[in-house]
Write a protein that binds this ligand. Sequence first.
Ligand code: IVH
Length: 698
Amino acid sequence: MSKSDEFSRAREEHRQLGEEIAAHDRAYYQNDAPVVSDAEYDSLRRRYEALEAQFPELAGEDSLSKKVGAAPAEKFAKITHAVPMLSLGNIFSDDELEDFVARVKRFLGLSAEAEVAFTAEPKIDGLSCSLRYENGLLVSAATRGDGLVGEDVTANVRTIADIPHRLAGATPQILDVRGEVYMGHADFAALNARQAAAEKPLFANPRNAAAGSLRQLDAKVTASRPLRFFAYAWGATEPRPPADTQLGVVEAFGAYGFTVNPLTVLCRSAAAMLAHFRDIEGRRASLGYDIDGVVYKVNELALQQRLGFVSRAPRWAVAHKFPAEKATSVLRGIEIQVGRTGVLTPVARLDPVTVGGVVVSNATLHNEDEIARKDIRIGDTVIVQRAGDVIPQILGVVAEKRPADAKPYTMPDVCPACGSAALREIDPKTGEADVARRCTGALVCPAQAVEKLRHFCSRNAFDIEGLGDKQIAFFFERGLIKTPADIFTLQERDSKSLTRIENFDGFGKVSTRKLFDAIEAQREIVLNRFIFALGIRHVGETNAIRLARSFETFEALREVARQAAPDSEARKRINDIDGIGEVVAEAVADFFTEPHNEQALDALLAEVRIVPMEAVKSDSPVAGKTVVFTGALQKMTRDEAKAMAERLGAKVSSSISKKTDLLVAGADAGSKLAKARELGVETIDEDGWLKLVGAEQA
Ligand code: IVH
């Protein structure tokens, strides 16, 4: 390529980059809504500057490298900074830090061994502001704007508690104090909670919240937002600052009444700076406010003076940024993960991207409503965020980068792990679908198997001793127990197997024998326990009893539930059972109509014998009575107590009324006890109840 071709290509790239960077600046500074990660922005900026370094002709008057930030938004009055507000150069690595220190020394004509002191302090992730004090009184305040002209935010700044209206002690006649307006994590969370309650849009992060709060035309709004301020630099001062070091001036700011960052230290070598950087990085999560790096500044003001500036940044300071915790990447596909409770979670498959120093290629999309709300499509460039050890998530889409063939996503309505129907529950009160889509294949889904088997063997279900969480996971991983029926065929299969269980690590002849005996002992099971053991959503012990009592046999329940389509007679039959509502009826229908469960159920029924529940004793002292339990019960759980009462023919209610026949009050019973007394309802304690129903309790 000829020299002139090369130049015209570079000029075109420089022009395009300039437009792109300017658009990002507007999004960031004026709309408080950045669309690319800092890392991506920085790389655009670096490329832009590299082109100018190669072809200095490109760095003309309108070059972005001559500007800081963006022109002020129109809605505010403008303030021209007496001394321009500059930006900082960025570095990202240990090597770049060494280079920075070496460059400073070289510029000052010092040897590499000479000692230069630097301050090191957190880089606050907020927005910078210049506060003008005349004779100790705050007269005006401006945002950075484009570095030369900012926005007049005086009225708003006056509402910030950290910013004194009058300085303490003797101060320069004219003093521009500069620093960062920011919002703490707790305040940010509370603000977003208030926004959500008022159905207003949420802020993406504390910096945007701080910027949005400061740049309010109505200072009353700013006043209601908990903004804070750290002082760390200055502009015009008359006379000069009352100290000859960076640290000294900032300490004077503290004495005037400003908050200065307590994590500021003096370092005398690149190694010490690096150590401080690591220290701050380690504390980052616990500071209570966002920081995005560490700023180093030459401490001696005389040296700062000599070093001066290059285009938009001082030579005597630099920002050492933490690895970006947000980045952009392309969404290549969405896969579904089935959790152990059967919830389907969409997971983004991304082009690998480094986020916060870690390579990320998967991120959670939470649920289908989130995907729709953020309008995320396959092929989109998305913003990925990683916070601490939390699973990376997708914040949103870079709309400008959407390709024409980006594909909207539809959640599958079958479980990818087992092929059973995957449904969203409808809240009968609101008519709204639950955010989670769940697999209904409780008996067959491998993703849920361990969890369901654990439930199946638990104390109030099949109660199989020796089949605890560990053993179930062990047998499942070896493929020996996949569905409940496998538990009951384990012994027979084992007897024909070449690798006997008794030879496995952690088993042995005796414990294997015990396990098989425990399984054999539980082949016979009462109907309500059997129903409970199936792990049907919303069917706990109490509902299992209700179903068992109402249907009397498992065949009867199964027959009806299989036909229980919405609005059918069969659905109504289940729904009409006292204590069972639409949500439970729907869950029962979903379970029994899922064909994948059929086979597993048949296999299980071939292994076990279900016996009917004890007939309800109509001669029990509480038969036909309405009983309420309240307070803390000591000898049984609330569910057990309810089940017992229902077995004895009582109706259990949760509230006291004139129709209540009996209140059973446990420890610390409160308002229900008072109401029962008021209504003259008979009241007994837990022991009284056990005596009444004649239960023998351990
Ligand atoms: S000193 C001439 N110190 O970072 C030096 N800036 O990327 C002026 N910032 O515009 C800046 N914390 O908004 C300095 N401790 C700190 C800072 C800090 C945050 C911001 C400030 C500045 C930007 C440059």
